[in-house]
Write a protein that binds this ligand. Structure first.
Ligand code: AP5
Length: 218
C-alpha cells in the first residue's frame, strides 16, 4: 500500500510518519530528509538545492523527481511506501503516477492533514530535532524529558535553518500556490482523505491509524 502524507509545513507529517512506520512497517520516504542528507554529504545535488531550501522555495522539479522516484521504485518494504513531502507539484504527481503504473502499482491513499496557517508558525519555530536520528520534538507540545536534550541519544537538540518565522511564511506561500492544488488532483482520483490536524498528536495518530486499517487490502 502506497500512502502520501500531505499538508502544509508543520502539519505534522513527519510526526505522524514515525507512528505509522511503527504500527505498519511502511518505508518512510521524506523528500526533505533526502535533500538535507544530500546537503550534509556535500553532493552536487545538495549544493544545487541549498539556496532554494534556505529561502523556503520549492526545489525545481528536475532536481527532486528523479532522486525520489528512484527510492520509491527501489523500495523493498512489503507494507509499502509512506511518502512525506513528495509530490508537491502537479508534474511531480503525474510522474509519480506514471512510474508506479509501470511498476503495476499506484497511490492508494493520500492523507491530507488540515492545519490553519495561524498555528503553523508556532509549530515550526518551536520544533527541535535530534541531530543524528531526526527525532522530532516541540518545546511546548512534545518537549523532551530534559530541556534541549534528546531523550534517546542525549545529544543537544537542533533547529532546522529554514524553521524561522520569515522562511516559514515563504514555505506557506509555496504550499498554497504550488502544492495545495494537488488536493483536487487526488480527490478526483478518489484517494484523498482529509484529517483534522489541530487535535493532539496521539488523537491524530489514532485517527490516521484507523483510516489506514480500513483502507488496507485485506
Ligand atoms: P520538508 O522537510 O518536506 O518540510 P515541510 O513540508 O515544510 O514540512 P515540515 O518537515 O516542516 O513539517 P511536518 O509536516 O513534517 O511537521 P512535523 O511533524 O515536523 O521540506 C523542506 C524543504 O525542502 C522545502 O521547503 C523545499 O525547499 C524542499 N523540498 C522538499 N520536498 C520537496 C519537493 N517534493 N519538491 C520541491 N522541493 C522540496 O511537526 C512540526 C512541529 O509541530 C514539530 O515540532 C511537532 O512536534 C509539532 N506538532 C506536530 N503535530 C502536532 C500537533 N498535532 N499538535 C501540536 N504540535 C504538533
Amino acid at each position: 500500500m502506497n500512502i502520501i502524507l500531505f499538508g502544509p509545513p508543520g502539519a505534522g507529517k513527519g510526526t505522524q510518519a514515525t507512528r505509522l512506520v511503527e504500527q505498519f512497517g511502511f518505508e518512510h520516504l521524506s523528500s526533505g530528509d533526502v535533500l538535507r542528507a544530500e546537503r550534509a554529504a556535500g553532493t552536487k545535488l545538495g549544493q544545487d538545492v541549498t539556496a532554494y531550501m534556505d529561502a523556503g522555495q520549492l526545489v525545481p522539479d528536475e532536481l527532486v523527481i528523479e532522486v525520489i522516484l528512484g527510492r520509491v521504485l527501489n523500495s523493498e518494504a512489503e507494507a509499502g511506501v509512506l511518502l512525506d513531502g513528495f509530490p508537491r507539484t502537479l508534474p511531480q504527481a503525474a510522474q509519480l503516477d506514471e512510474a508506479l503504473e509501470k511498476a503495476d502499482s499506484r497511490v492508494d491513499l493520500v492523507l491530507s492533514i488540515q492545519v490553519p496557517d495561524e498555528l503553523i508558525v508556532e509549530r515550526i519555530t518551536g520544533r527541535r530535532m535530534s541531530p543524528s536520528t531526526g527525532k522530532i520534538y516541540h518545546v511546548k507540545y512534545l518537549p523532551p524529558q530534559r530541556e534541549g536534550v534528546c531523550d534517546e541519544t542525549g545529544e543537544p537538540l537542533v533547529q532546522r535553518p529554514d524553521d524561522t518565522e520569515e522562511v516559514v511564511k515563504q514555505r506557506l506561500n509555496a504550499y498554497h500556490e504550488q502544492t495545495e492544488p494537488l488536493e483536487d488532483y487526488y480527490r478526483s482520483r478518489g484517494v484523498l482523505v482529509e484529517v483534522e490536524g489541530t487535535q493532539d498528536i496521539e488523537q491524530i495518530a489514532d485517527r490516521i491509524g484507523q483510516i489506514v486499517r480500513d483502507r488496507r487490502p485485506k
